[in-house]
Design a protein around this ligand. Structure first.
Ligand code: PLP
Length: 415
């Protein structure tokens, strides 16, 4: 009945083959399917479940808030409380607006940037994902960094004509682009750590060059932290990576497992948004009380020790995988890691942009995925997605999964 049996395409196992697992529940580090089988959860709802499945404090907050009303369609203190909490650790977000998804957050931030600058063009990086709004479903046309083609049917070429795509980690190409089109560029949108082409960390100097170039030409910088916000530290990560942002987008973790996104930024930029300014943006369920309560409860539980745990687990998982690949005779395997985000690539050599990521052997990943799945480890059902550890995991959960990983590497090798 549902299109392709799913409500979001990557869940369908299209890129690894087979039939998706249907889950009945989850607790902590583990998910349980409808037949009662247990899986170590390395998808973590695409990063949202940073504390694992059904964290008790978040579930309690949801229950208590729901009992007082599911939606008011009017302001409530909860949204202000969550906004204050975010502002304390996201300095660029002097003003904030909640929406219901990451897609909406980025779409709205781009609209605000266009309204503020009076310009049309938006620069994104090849392999960056910023939700499924029409204008951002674009990729570079045949190696030309200045032309973009729709990445989806149903998106007219005219809609992506104002989207310009440049390679990640390539400041020279970006400089050339600004030289040619600088005065018409409203904003550059960038994932400070790319998490949608596997994990690709920014090389030193790349992010500082992005904001330097943008600002030299009067364009704004949108840090898309829908994945990285509250994933790598309590707050956003772009500041410490040298990206001087004007706007930031959040999602995933800040909803505590409920549908939430947010965009925020410098006060004068955000004040172009209605009701204060001429840029229209609205939402029936925006700032939904139950979702806000979940977000607050989640953020309350993210402490420095949470991030220390996540970093340690991420490092342990990376070591385990590299050792497993090596001892199973898989030479072409590499793991990019930033904290609790891991990008697994069946490839030799560094992966520093989308081209490198797409050169990895995705058939091997599919075999690795299925062999691990059969032994109770749920990895992302696509080679170009991020593997996330959650703070609900223990070292033992990972070492127990080693048997599954090794079966995966043997399957990948074809033995
Ligand atoms: C997930 C994601 C989005 C889109 O968020 P949705 O809630 O799925 O709409 C936008 N940007 C980045 C970087 C993401 O990872």
């Amino acid at each position: 009945m549902l299109v392709g049996g799913v409500d979001s395409p990557v869940r369908s196992f299209r890129s690894v083959g087979g039939t998706p697992v249907f889950f009945a529940g989850g607790r902590g580090a583990y998910l349980v399917d409808v037949d009662g089988r247990r899986y170590l959860d390395l998808v973590s709802s695409w990063g949202a479940n940073i504390l694992g499945n059904a964290p008790p404090g978040v579930v309690t907050a949801v229950r208590q808030t729901a009992a007082r009303g599911l939606t008011f369609g009017a302001p409530s203190p909860l949204e202000h409380e969550l906004a204050e909490e975010i502002r304390r650790v996201v300095p660029v977000a002097a003003r904030l607006r909640f929406v219901s998804s990451g897609t909406e957050a980025v779409m709205s931030a781009v609209r605000a940037a266009r309204g503020f600058t009076g310009r049309s063009k938006v620069v994104k990086f090849d392999g960056g994902y910023h939700g499924h709004s029409d204008g951002l479903l674009a990729r570079a046309g045949s190696g030309v960094a200045t032309a973009s083609l729709p990445d989806s049917a149903g998106v007219p070429p005219g809609v992506v004509a104002d989207t310009v795509v440049s390679p990640y980690n390539d400041p020279e190409r970006l400089a050339g682009l600004f030289e040619r089109q600088g005065p018409s560029i409203a904003a550059v949108v960038v994932e400070p750590v790319a998490g949608n082409m596997g994990v690709v960390p920014p090389e030193p100097g790349f992010l500082p060059a992005v904001s330097r170039l943008a600002h030299r030409y009067g364009a704004l910088v949108i840090a898309d932290e829908v994945i990285t916000g509250f994933r790598l530290r309590r707050g956003t990560i772009h500041e410490s990576l040298g990206l001087d942002a004007d706007l930031v987008t959040l999602g995933k973790i800040i909803g505590g497992g409920m549908p939430v996104g947010a965009y925020g930024g410098r006060r004068e930029v955000m004040e172009v948004v209605a009701p204060l300014g001429p840029v229209y943006q609205a939402g029936t369920l925006s700032g939904n009380p139950v979702a806000m309560a979940a977000g607050r409860a989640m953020l309350d539980r993210l402490t420095p020790s949470t991030y220390a745990t996540l970093d340690r687990l991420g490092a342990q998982l990376r070591e385990l995988l590299l050792r497993g690949a090596d001892e199973c005779g898989v030479a072409a395997f590499t793991v990019n890691r930033v904290g609790s985000m891991l990008g697994l690539f069946f490839a030799t050599g560094p992966v520093r942009d989308r081209r490198d990521a797409e050169r990895s052997d995705r058939d091997r990943y599919a075999r690795f995925f299925h062999a691990a799945l059969d032994r109770g480890v749920y990895l992302p059902p696509s080679a170009l997605e991020t593997t996330f550890v959650s703070a609900a995991m223990r070292t033992r959960d990972l070492t127990e999964a080693d048997v599954a990983f090794r079966a995966g590497f043997r399957a990948a090798r074809g033995a």
